[in-house]
Design a binder for this molecule. Sequence first.
Ligand code: MLT
Length: 411
Amino acid sequence: MSLVNENFSKLKAGYLFPEISKRVSAYKAANPDADVIRLGIGDVTRPLTPSIIKALHQGVDEMAKDETFKGYGPEQGYQFLREAIVKNDFHSRNVDINIDEVFVSDGSKCDTGNIQEIFSLKAKIAVTDPVYPVYVDTNVMAGRTGKADKNGRYKNLVYLPSVAENGFSPSLPEEHVDIIYICSPNNPTGTVLNKSELEKWVKYALNNKAIILFDAAYEAFITDSSLPHSIYEIKGAKECAIEFRSFSKTAGFTGLRCAYTVVPEKLMGIGKDGNKVSLNKLWNRRHCTKFNGVSYPVQKATEAVYSEEGKKEIRGLVDFYMENAGIIRNTLEKLGWKVFGGVNAPYIWFQTPGKISSWNFFDKLLNEVQIVGTPGSGFGYCGETYFRLSSFGDRKNILKAVDRFNSKYGK
Ligand code: MLT
């Protein structure tokens, strides 16, 4: 018998979203006629847009001809896509990123999960609470933590509360940490760190030789023009931060799969001998060893996101989901509930009425109005008595959902 990785036994029973699906399936089995509206996992519902479909078809057709067929591509992504990325996502915001700093991949979940491999097992990790569970679980699997306590908090991890009381802007850690995961716009709270808050983190990281892992998967949903879209808009960030971007929510790619990670060439870690080590080179080594690149047709489709037509279409998608967010947010506010997010992010985060437990509220919503959301406690101890709704549903269902909220919980 092979010995298994015992770190997995420290994990909570199931990953959050499969656990929700399991409960919803059980409910559906018991209530086959129930019209269940799913606003739990942030999965898009609008189809891919015409420019993207056209480029995808073109990519597939090229694969069908001798002259244009492609085998393995560059692991880091085709140059045409990396050029489009740096020009449109960074140079357009006066951020100087070059294509050798961009690594195209099949998703930010994988990248934010895998990035910890290039750091020592002794690295001290800080996460916000609540937090996207991937950051925590992958560090548990790697063995950087002890067991979870009764609140589900793992020993050796530093938790930084991100709660209404501190305006969802976590305080700096009280002890030294080496790695800090920051997600802005935030999943799950739907709140965004402004420029001065990000400056505080960059300053901390530079002073403490720490690295910020900055998850910007939801940056396209920012509507307030004063808010930063990239951590590299902050001076000094190229010496202390890695940034993750995704096309999943922005362009409806949850089923197509494409994302990228920026690891600046200036970014250094430290070896055992005290010498500086390029994190760009380490990530490149890891990427080339474990990944053979995103398929050519998908990279062609992704390039189309940056065409003039593509940009308009993507703006339309983002606006559509943000209108959904506004509809949900306004409804819950009118019910008198304490609501956050949904303005610069596609998630609506609210305190459960009467502060009942998140999972009890999950069951209540499912049973009373057949709406599925995500229990806040699934994102961490500080998420208890909170609940998250996703605005990625189709409009018919969003309107149906708000009707149900009004008729069941309205005065
Ligand atoms: C979420 O609902 O939090 C996201 O869809 C999860 C993900 O992007 O992996």
